[in-house]
Design a protein around this ligand. Sequence first.
Ligand SMILES: Nc1nc2c(c(=O)[nH]1)N[C@H]1C(S)=C(S)[C@@H](COP(=O)(O)OP(=O)(O)OC[C@H]3O[C@@H](n4cnc5c(=O)[nH]c(N)nc54)[C@H](O)[C@@H]3O)O[C@H]1N2
Ligand SMILES: Nc1nc2c(c(=O)[nH]1)N[C@H]1C(S)=C(S)[C@@H](COP(=O)(O)OP(=O)(O)OC[C@H]3O[C@@H](n4cnc5c(=O)[nH]c(N)nc54)[C@H](O)[C@@H]3O)O[C@H]1N2
Ligand SMILES: [Mo]
Length: 743
Amino acid sequence: MTNHFGDVVGHSKAILIIGANPAVANPIGMKHFLQAKDRNNTQLIVVDPIYTKTAAKADYYLRIRTGTDVAFIYGLLHLIFKNGWEDKEFIKKRVYGMDKVKEEAAKWTPEVVSDVTGIPTDQIVQTATLLAETKPATVVWALGITQHSTGTSNTRILPIMQLALGNMGKKGGGCNIIRGHDNVQGATDMCCLADSLPGYYGLSEGSWKYFAKSWGVDFDWLQSRFASPEWMNKKGFSLAKWWQGVLQEEQTYSSSPIRALWVQGNGLTSMSQTAKIQEALNKLDLLVIAEPFLNEAAVLTNRKDNLYVLPVATQFETEGSVTATNRSSQWRSKVIDPLYECKTDHDVMFEFAKKFGFYDQYTRAMKMDVKEGELVDVKKDFVWPDDAVSEIARTLKTIGLGGWTPERLRKQQENWYMFDPVTLAGAGPMKGQYYGLPWPSWDKKHPGSPVLYDVDVPVNDGGMGFRNRFGLEHDGVNLLAAPSVTVKGSTIKGGYPEITRENIEEVLGSKLTDAEKQKIGSNWKTDISGIIQEKCRAAGVAPYGNARARTIVWEFPDPVPLHREPIHSSRPDLVSKYPTYPDQKNNFRVDVKFISEQQAREWVKEFPTMLVTMRVVNLSGAGMLERSSKYLSHLTPEMFANIHPDLAFKYGIRDGDMMWLHSPQGTKIKVKAQHNQSVTPDRICLPYNFAGVMQGVDLSPNYPEGTKPYTTGESSNTITNYGFDVITQIPEYNAGLCRIEKA
Ligand SMILES: Nc1nc2c(c(=O)[nH]1)N[C@H]1C(S)=C(S)[C@@H](COP(=O)(O)OP(=O)(O)OC[C@H]3O[C@@H](n4cnc5c(=O)[nH]c(N)nc54)[C@H](O)[C@@H]3O)O[C@H]1N2
Ligand SMILES: Nc1nc2c(c(=O)[nH]1)N[C@H]1C(S)=C(S)[C@@H](COP(=O)(O)OP(=O)(O)OC[C@H]3O[C@@H](n4cnc5c(=O)[nH]c(N)nc54)[C@H](O)[C@@H]3O)O[C@H]1N2
Ligand SMILES: [Mo]
């Protein structure tokens, strides 16, 4: 999120919710949107293939064909540019590459967009006009945008539109992307991912060396943990496609196939291609699941040995900091000690490290601190979780976690009622801090940054320009902000580059002492001494520069986002005009099919119905947790699919009848038909929160005694279609096809 929920209540005049259903998936977030409507007559536009509970509250509802959001936004941009509604000043001073976007947008007339998206032309014109006239407006999205083979392009075209409208870096504007689970933002910031290090540091020798130093271990020792040095900088397997690393016979891209799987906090049936996952689970040499509940991955496999389920404590039995969707941190206290024989997640990891002989290296940094510009050992034993939080604060400079000390976070927790919910500003003893110290909170005195990229606010109060991340120029064009864009209160006029050892004296116009020169790191991201940070703060400067936002990502297959039909498209006539990407070799160590799958057959002939997955309010994630509750289970006692009566009757399916849904991958699930008019007759919609039945086979005998939840059912992911995002590999959960058959 660039902004936050309170900011929407206070300042947004329009909210475009596209590919999110917060009424169900984030009721507290939704409350803010409704408050904005009540207080300020904020206009609510909802774009969704399904008439959701969120859509029911909208002033404008646009029903879109899944997987066509890029085309839709180009439709809005087409009208914005055609009518001169773009914010020309903002673009001229703070954006790079908008001309290329304009070229692409020129192709997307309302008629073309309407044909591709299914949205009537008058609604496209109405929405573009509303957004042009109603400022500031914010854009909200979640999985309807990300879960596509074009997910990356979807997530780029929306901020591009906000840049064109001049809604970025503004109160009431920005992109408010609602995160999923508790602490998902925190998990992302810690980079629990296969392609980066904590704090979004890239997989490069420089980053590894910085972390080796920050963790107090030898770089050579870190490197020796890999099969050979070159593996250190290669992406690992992704969560979406780990199974291919087990199943693929030829291990061309990895030093060996995956033989053992350690699962800690993922349901596995929540990932697509459940049948492949089942095959892979059966083939592994070892499967360990560390969990508070019985994870249904243990039920999905029919293996009889080398399967261990370790009892792990819940979040009520542990303590520490968690990060909310708006980049703010909260301290969470322990409610009770771990029950019975279970251990907390971190204790499980500590035991693991002891057994594998790296406990000392694993925990060393928690006993260190920076003294006089250098990282040194300061104590014999660490205190959990305080020293872990301090280590993170000191190390993750890229996103500015320097201010997140355990002392400050605890104080905020004790005084939470002293913060204003709309501005997040604290009062009384909390004056000078924003609630949760939203990152970047550059150092122990910095208040946090509730709204990103606002140049009208001093850096010392949470303001900043856009990051200088992509060099100083591209194709001969300067990538720094224009000379007239000075961050309020900054001593540097206009755009400036990110601060390094080389340029600090020149850019900040101050001299370093010899002692400082000795200690300073090569750039602000790896400067353990903190000198760069300190000098920047004194000058009212964000260390990451003041640059232009780029609309062109020259490293990506589509430098400017392009509409591409879903892998399994419902419109074969559009596939030749808007084909998907070429197949990929060795992305996250596996091959990924795109065009070969899309064009293998005219899929829609055999699988004529579109398939969308959704959430239900009483169940979450893979669903084991809530299905183990009698009362929550009672609300959705069976797995079902929402189907329009006209479609159902075509197959002779009455409300409550069972039906088979078949996927292009040759898999099938048996679910209850629920007649429902939220869907149109060309599409069905099903929740993804069930497991425990696999292609018609009840897996009940596989649950150890006393662990079976109150409800089980087919996992929708058994039939979510093959298809993965070209950059992130997120599965294409939300744009597939299926065939319906009466059971
Ligand atoms: N078809 C379809 N599939 C989807 C989606 C979709 O929209 N459609 N959404 C996707 C998204 S966005 C997500 S985030 C995933 C979510 O899917 P999962 O990551 O599988 O989410 P959960 O089921 O919430 O949690 C996973 C497991 O963590 C366990 N757990 C809970 N607390 C703790 C703890 O403190 N420690 C440990 N070790 N374990 C704990 C739970 O018991 C549960 O079994 O699903 C994805 N799958
Ligand atoms: N009760 C409950 N709450 C949850 C969860 C849960 O499992 N249960 N999960 C949590 C998690 S992990 C997450 S990530 C969030 C997710 O939060 P949301 O993303 O808000 O949840 P979804 O229900 O997946 O909603 C996505 C919406 O996108 C629509 N959609 C599908 N395809 C397209 C498309 O191509 N274009 C557009 N414009 N829309 C499309 C769907 O119809 C759906 O209404 O929810 C969180 N909250
Ligand atoms: Mo999620």
